[in-house]
Design a protein around this ligand. Structure first.
Ligand code: NAI
Ligand code: MG
Length: 353
């Protein structure tokens, strides 16, 4: 079997961590019994400065034919963030119906949690990724005047809520998990979030009666994340709340350098995209000290999505081994290893398996 992978390394530390992820990815072929054919696309801020756009006109058409997209990170001081994000990441997420943003929050060996309660944290966040608060509906009036106003609309549709709820429910069932936790703020955001609450609750009771289901206000849930993170299994949240909760989750288990994500199209009618949670980290770009684990783990999630669960699992085991051993660590997790040394160590651990 051959998988066609589109690679967009992006800006800043994106290409630095991507190099390591590609080495590890290539090394899974032999044991996995599959082939990976990858093509790299230089669509980043440099490309924008040269061409006035983040990707060629037929960029989406080109990406469509791939089995998956491995993405690094974008963001550059010379281009406004809303341009880089809305012209590259958003079209891919939206047009390819990647309505699940999947983010594991998992304790790793030897990485202390600020909470350090002994019990391992291991849950996943299903963040709605196609609608909700992140919409371009709205506008601004009276610019520059004292009475200036901005209106930003949240759009939640019954179909959009149902499909993310089903994706979370199916994932829980497949993995033998027992509990779904949904978060909104429907006591204050009374239109959009009530719709979310009602339909998530209905889907859970009609279609996933075997799962335990709980609903919290997101502010309270943020506190529970800190007080008892080990009690969650699958957390379901809208675009904005899921974004914030997943960075909070990332902070609970060692930080952005370790956190992967998938933008998933569960129907597989378009490619899904896998990327670290972090951005282009301009403060450390070019120094060769970025942690490549988030990017490497994102490649592992990609393999799992493609159906190569064993190969993906092997990458995660190699990451865990290197972290447990503790000799090779980048600066963000208390060591002095370079990006390349960290990647190399993971590659070696994997080849020994
Ligand atoms: P960031 O994630 O790039 O950096 C936040 C902090 O975490 C920085 O101190 C950075 O050095 C550190 N960090 C991030 N990844 C790391 C790694 N792998 N190893 C070690 N340390 C790491 O977020 P920030 O600074 O808010 O944004 C920088 C740029 O990235 C902006 O232009 C922003 O728009 C963009 N961005 C892009 C994303 C994407 O491509 N999906 C996601 C988030 C931000
Ligand atoms: Mg975020």
């Amino acid at each position: 079997k051959t998988y066609q992978i589109a690679v967009i390394a992006g800006d800043g530390i994106g290409p630095e961590v991507m190099d390591q992820a590609l080495q590890v990815l290539d090394a899974t072929e032999q044991q996995g019994g599959f082939r990976i054919e990858r093509e790299e696309f230089p669509w980043n801020s440099e490309y924008y400065l040269e061409h006035g756009r983040m990707m060629p006109e037929d960029g989406m058409e080109t990406l469509k034919s791939f089995d998956a997209i491995l993405f690094g990170a974008i963001g550059d001081a010379r281009v406004p963030d809303e341009v880089t994000i809305w012209e590259l990441i958003m079209p891919i997420r939206k047009q390819f119906r990647q309505y699940v943003n999947f983010r594991p929050v998992k304790s790793l060996p030897g990485i202390p949690s600020p909470l350090a309660q002994g019990e391992d944290i291991d849950f996943v966040i299903f963040r709605e990724n196609a609608e909700g608060e992140y919409s371009d509906s709205g506008g601004r009036l009276y610019a520059g005047q004292e009475g200036e106003i901005a209106v930003q609309n949240t759009i939640m549709t019954r179909a959009g809520v149902e499909r993310i709820a089903r994706a979370a429910g199916r994932y829980a069932e497949e993995r033998g998990l027992k509990k779904i936790t949904s978060a909104t703020k429907s006591n204050a955001v009374i239109h959009a979030n009530k719709l979310w609450d009602e339909h998530v609750r209905r889907i859970m009771s009609e279609e996933f009666g075997g799962l335990e289901f709980e609903q919290y206000y997101v502010d309270a849930l943020a506190a529970y994340f800190v007080q008892r993170p080990q009690t969650f299994e699958v957390v379901l949240a809208s675009n904005l709340f899921g974004d914030i909760l997943s960075d909070l989750g990332s902070g609970l288990v060692g930080g952005l350098g370790l956190s992967p994500s998938g933008n998933i199209n569960p129907e597989k009618d378009y490619p899904s995209m896998f990327e670290p949670v972090h951005g282009s980290a301009p403060d450390i770009a070019g120094k060769g000290i970025a942690n490549p684990v988030a990017q490497i783990w994102s490649a592992a999630l990609m393999l799992e999505h493609l159906g190569e669960r064993e190969a993906g699992g092997r990458i995660l085991e190699a990451i865990e081994e290197v972290l447990a051993e503790g000799r090779v660590r980048t600066k963000d997790i208390g060591g002095d290893a370079t990006t390349a040394q960290m990647g190399e160590a993971i590659l070696l651990a994997m080849e020994k398996k």
